[in-house]
Design a protein around this ligand. Structure first.
Ligand code: ADP
Length: 469
């Protein structure tokens, strides 16, 4: 089975297709060329016969006795064609030696119908063509018959057919072999790439295929494959990083719970001490639960099971409801949370999922902004989008970090205040907004505050949104 597997290779398939195409083309070409050659050869033989006839009419001589003769004393064979002349009574008045040597039995009745047409009669070696026509020479009406054998024409045709019959198949074979060689040569880099790609495993994702010429099709395929490897490597890196971050984050509260439990078991304590210990254990359990909830949300959105329940949401109303729930946190820092409902901002979204995203953003604004500051929320519609903007006077985010902040477990404390989360808030916000066909972007200038903008499809119509004010 394996021995014949090469038959299904691309190079064999290309060569066979090429061979079939060449066979069809050369057969059609051969047939057309042969037909044209036969027609032209036959036509030129007829033309020569007509010329012979005209020529024979002008070459007549009359001897002193009044008899018509041709080529008297001329021994040259080219001047002695097959020529027979008869009078109106049907008697032969002249015949060249060739005509005497090779009489054509049909010439008699052909002379009776001498209308200048050409007749083909069978002969020993090859068919014979005779033109029979009337002429008036020296006042005498005569019938002139000139003939030529098809022998030489056929001989020439056989030579041409021989060349075609051997030359065309030979050229097909030669070009097919050349095609096979060319296909093999062109596909060698592909085979090399296949072998190399087969050797790339999850542990060797940093390897890349060698691309000979990035401009040709194989080079482009190689580049596309390498780009795919880049993305795969990045995904694997993120997945590994995620697993290690998750393990780390889960370990910390678990370690705290265990040590608090161990401390509680050491010796007898007063009830209030136990209460304190259980309280701090529950605090860690809360953190743990919060973390597990966040991880569950992210993994659901990863596997696509975060199916939004579609309903009409007015972002201004949602902003008011979020502020009333969360302003207690702002109050702790003496911050003001204001909502400006510029115009009605209707969108179609899952209110619960969207709310979770917006709460994370507003919560960050409170967390990272200084005390006594003002955080402004604006909701409005521009063109086909409904927007929810959170503008804070916090420390801002430098341009190189503006994309990284959406990565899972990426966190950085700009205020060095130890008031930092696990780094999942924005990752969840982003995937929740995207699950609602929206977009979350951050515009920020380090030292001047940040603006987080959620842009969702409006319930109807188009155009671009304005930037943050
Ligand atoms: P965290 O739980 O640390 O807040 P997030 O995913 O919500 O995690 O945010 C990731 C990081 O983005 C934060 O650690 C912080 O450095 C930065 N960040 C988020 N929101 C703001 C903001 N409003 N101003 C400044 N930095 C922010």
């Amino acid at each position: 089975m394996r021995r014949w597997s090469f038959l299904s290779t691309l190079r064999v398939r290309l060569t066979v297709s090429h061979l079939i195409a060449m066979l069809v083309v050369t057969t059609v070409y051969g047939a057309i060329v042969s037909t044209l050659i036969v027609r032209n050869a036959s036509q030129s033989l007829d033309d020569r016969l007509q010329n012979d006839f005209r020529w024979a009419s002008t070459m007549a001589q009359q001897n002193p006795e009044g008899r018509l003769t041709w080529f008297e004393g001329d021994e040259r064979p080219e001047n002695n064609p097959w020529l027979s002349v008869s009078n109106s009574a049907g008697q032969i008045v002249y015949r060249t030696p060739v005509a005497i040597r090779s009489p054509v039995p049909e010439s008699g009745w052909l002379a009776d119908n001498a209308d200048g047409s050409i007749a083909i009669v069978p002969n020993d070696v090859a068919p014979f063509r005779i033109v029979s026509g009337q002429a008036n020479i020296a006042g005498q009406p005569v019938i002139i018959q000139v003939g030529r054998s098809e022998f030489f024409m056929r001989e020439e045709l056989v030579e041409i057919f021989f060349v075609l019959a051997f030359g065309l198949p030979l050229s097909v074979i030669v070009t097919s072999l050349a095609g096979f060689w060319l296909a093999r040569r062109s596909l060698t880099p592909l085979e090399r790439m296949t072998e190399h790609a087969q050797a790339i495993t999850a542990d060797r994702l940093d390897e890349r295929l060698l691309v000979d010429d990035p401009r040709d099709e194989i080079g482009r395929l190689g580049n596309a494959f390498n780009a795919l490897l880049d993305r795969l490597e990045e995904s694997f890196r993120k997945a590994r990083q995620f697993t290690s971050d998750v393990s780390h984050e889960l370990r910390t509260p678990l370690t705290v719970i265990r040590s608090v439990g161990e401390v509680g078991l050491r010796g007898d304590r007063a009830t209030t001490d136990y209460r304190t210990l259980v309280g701090s254990m529950l605090e860690e359990v809360n953190r743990l639960t919060d973390l597990v909830d966040k991880l569950l949300t992210l993994s659901r959105s990863d596997i696509g099971s975060l199916k939004p329940k579609v309903e009409t949401v007015e972002l201004g109303e949602l902003a008011d409801s979020i502020v009333s729930d969360i302003e207690v946190l702002a109050a702790e820092k003496n911050q003001t949370l204001s909502v400006e409902r510029v115009n009605s901002a209707l969108c179609v979204a899952d209110a619960v999922v969207l709310r979770q995203a917006l709460v994370n953003i507003v919560d960050n604004a409170i967390k990272y902004s200084p005390t006594n500051s003002q955080i402004r929320i604006r909701t409005f519609t521009v063109g086909g989008h409904s927007l929810f903007e959170v503008q804070d006077p916090g420390p801002g985010i430098s341009p190189d970090l503006q994309q990284r902040i959406f990565d899972r477990f990426y966190r950085y404390d700009p205020n060095a205040s130890k008031n930092i989360g696990v780094g999942l808030g924005l990752a969840i916000a982003k995937s929740s907004v995207e699950a609602n066909d929206g977009e979350l972007v951050c515009e920020s200038v380090a030292g001047e505050g940040s603006c987080f903008r959620v842009q969702l499809p409006r319930k109807s119509s188009p155009t671009k949104p304005e930037g943050c004010r």
